[in-house]
Write a protein of this length. Structure first.
Length: 265
């Protein structure tokens, strides 16, 4: 048993890193490319080996876009074990028409998005507002997450409380709505956060955490003493990491088990 990583697997590691790169840009890849009118195809991949990763090693995979050409993108990648460089790579992608697979100029929207990310810019435009301003995008996200994914009845995606609620919608650099949430009054000094939904491709990328933080800050700013919410079981860890504490017993809401969480302000 060699106990070292097979050379071809490193390209799989870089391919996985590319997927995470788009998540870091807050861009759902498939929908983003449809909006941009093309797709990316690998033109060239080179790998240089300086050392071998071994069984049970913990590896860090680094990736950055180093060049945007007329129709191509060049990424530089590296795999580290601690401070030791094991593998480096150059990956060249061509932006092309999916039907004909002929190259096209890199769209300005994608060019701007990449340049902003590589310069350390914020990839989210988080907006707080009323239902009239944000309701259309909030409804689309709720429908995708709650109705299409979770099978919740469509008539539960919105309700009368939306009209008076404070809404949050997160947009990416292409103007796509990728997350939403709302906050309503539960008591004179208590706010209830709910309808928190994140595009399935971006869960775990802090979109939800950013929206939750913004709503909590708004509750603090208007003098509330507590925020509370009803959490699905699958989201309990998310709210615990955000400083919320469970109280009471589980109950059914919209056909799913929930438990109340709260956070003093």
């Amino acid at each position: 048993m060699q106990k070292i990583v097979f050379n071809g697997h490193y390209l799989m590691y870089f391919d996985t890193a590319i997927s995470d790169y788009w998540r870091a840009l807050a861009m759902p890849y498939e929908e983003g490319m449809q909006l941009l009118g093309g797709d990316l195809y690998v033109r060239k991949a080179t790998v240089e080996y300086d050392g071998s990763a071994r069984f049970d090693d913990r590896l860090d995979v680094a990736l950055r876009c180093v060049r945007i050409g007329n129709s191509s993108l060049t990424f530089s990648g590296a795999i580290f074990r601690g401070d030791d460089l094991l593998v480096s790579s150059e990956l060249i992608y061509v932006f092309a028409d999916p039907a004909s697979q002929t190259s096209k100029p890199v769209p300005q929207g994608l060019r701007d998005l990449l340049e902003k990310f590589e310069a350390g810019g914020d990839m989210l435009d988080l907006r707080l507002g009323d239902w009239k301003t944000l309701g259309l995008d909030a409804t689309a996200l709720r429908t995708a997450v709650f109705v299409s994914e979770q099978g919740i009845a469509a008539d539960l995606a919105t309700d009368a409380a939306d009209a008076a609620a404070l809404h949050a919608v997160a947009y990416n650099g292409l103007g796509q709505a990728v997350g939403t949430g709302r906050m309503v009054r539960a008591d004179p000094a208590v706010s209830q956060i709910g309808r928190l939904a994140v595009h399935r491709a971006l869960r775990g990328s802090r979109v939800g955490a950013r929206m939750l933080q913004a709503l909590v800050q708004s509750a603090t700013g208007r003098g509330d003493t507590e925020v509370m919410l009803h959490a699905q079981r699958s989201a309990e860890g998310f709210y615990q990491r955000a400083g919320f504490t469970a109280r009471g017993d589980y109950f059914e809401e919209a056909g799913r088990a929930h438990i109340e969480f709260f956070r003093p302000l």
